[in-house]
Design a protein around this ligand. Structure first.
Ligand SMILES: CC(C)(COP(=O)(O)OP(=O)(O)OC[C@H]1O[C@@H](n2cnc3c(N)ncnc32)[C@H](O)[C@@H]1OP(=O)(O)O)[C@@H](O)C(=O)NCCC(=O)NCCS
Length: 205
């Protein structure tokens, strides 16, 4: 049962189908008008209890805060799936928390530990010995070098790069195409090469 019938949910459904492990793949979404072609939308999110004895669940919502709120609620009652696309590569001793999704052509190298509800999106790499917190979203085409730590609910924007051995605190946004070359210790949005904090819509000088 996939929670969130949007574009991201569609990709998650595709992964679940390719794994061949599920007899039924359906959706819940609070917008009952939404449609994912080829799949049924069975009800709103708050109705999830109807399926807890028969289904595994996964929250397919890109927004880190919303994904964390929903997963934290449903995981008290229901089994939460972890999905890895058949064309993703996982190194030795990699661990993935419940609700984590690893998409096509992603690579996670040895001994990295990913928390709950993480998204490693299409074609991203997470190198060796990283610590990726709960409900982090690594957007498509990011490269996270070795021994990087990313705090809970941070969003690493499309095509960004993080050099090795840096630490990013929780609830940060790293903008599209940014290069993070030093630790980020304050929550906020960071853009550019090298990445700088954005304050009130302006880059910090
Ligand atoms: C960073 C981001 C979240 C925008 O944040 P925002 O708070 O709305 O910021 P604004 O658009 O008001 O821009 C603020 C400033 O940062 C700059 N900026 C915004 N995004 C930037 C980026 N990715 N790279 C460089 N500069 C950027 C703006 O030009 C502006 O600069 P200025 O103050 O010199 O005029 C967004 O631009 C972004 O990069 N999102 C990532 C999207 C993504 O990864 N999607 C994948 C979905 S799976």
């Amino acid at each position: 049962m996939i929670i969130g019938a949007s574009g991201h949910g569609k990709v998650v459904a595709d992964i679940a189908g390719k794994l061949g492990a599920y007899t039924e793949i359906s959706f819940l979404d609070d917008d009952l008008e939404k449609r994912v072609s080829g799949y049924r939308l069975l009800g709103s999110v708050q109705e999830y209890g109807k399926w807890i004895d028969t289904h595994e669940f996964i929250v397919a919502i890109g927004n880190c805060k919303i994904r964390s709120e929903i997963q934290r609620k449903i995981e008290r009652d229901a089994a939460v799936a972890t999905l890895v696309h058949p064309n993703a590569v996982l190194g030795e001793m990699v661990t993935l928390g419940a609700g984590t999704v690893v998409m096509a052509n992603a690579v996670i190298n040895s001994a990295s530990v990913l928390g709950k509800g993480v998204i490693v999106n299409t074609g991203s790499t997470v190198d060796h010995d990283c610590r990726i917190g709960d409900y982090v979203h690594v957007a498509p085409g990011c490269h996270i070098s070795g021994a990087v730590s990313v705090g809970d609910r941070s969003w690493i924007g499309v095509g960004s790069c993080i050099v090795n051995n840096v630490s990013i605190c929780e609830e940060c946004v790293v903008g599209a195409g940014a290069a993070v070359i030093a630790d980020i210790e304050r929550k906020g949005t960071y853009v550019g090469v090298p990445a700088e904090k954005v304050i009130h819509g302006r880059r910090e000088t």
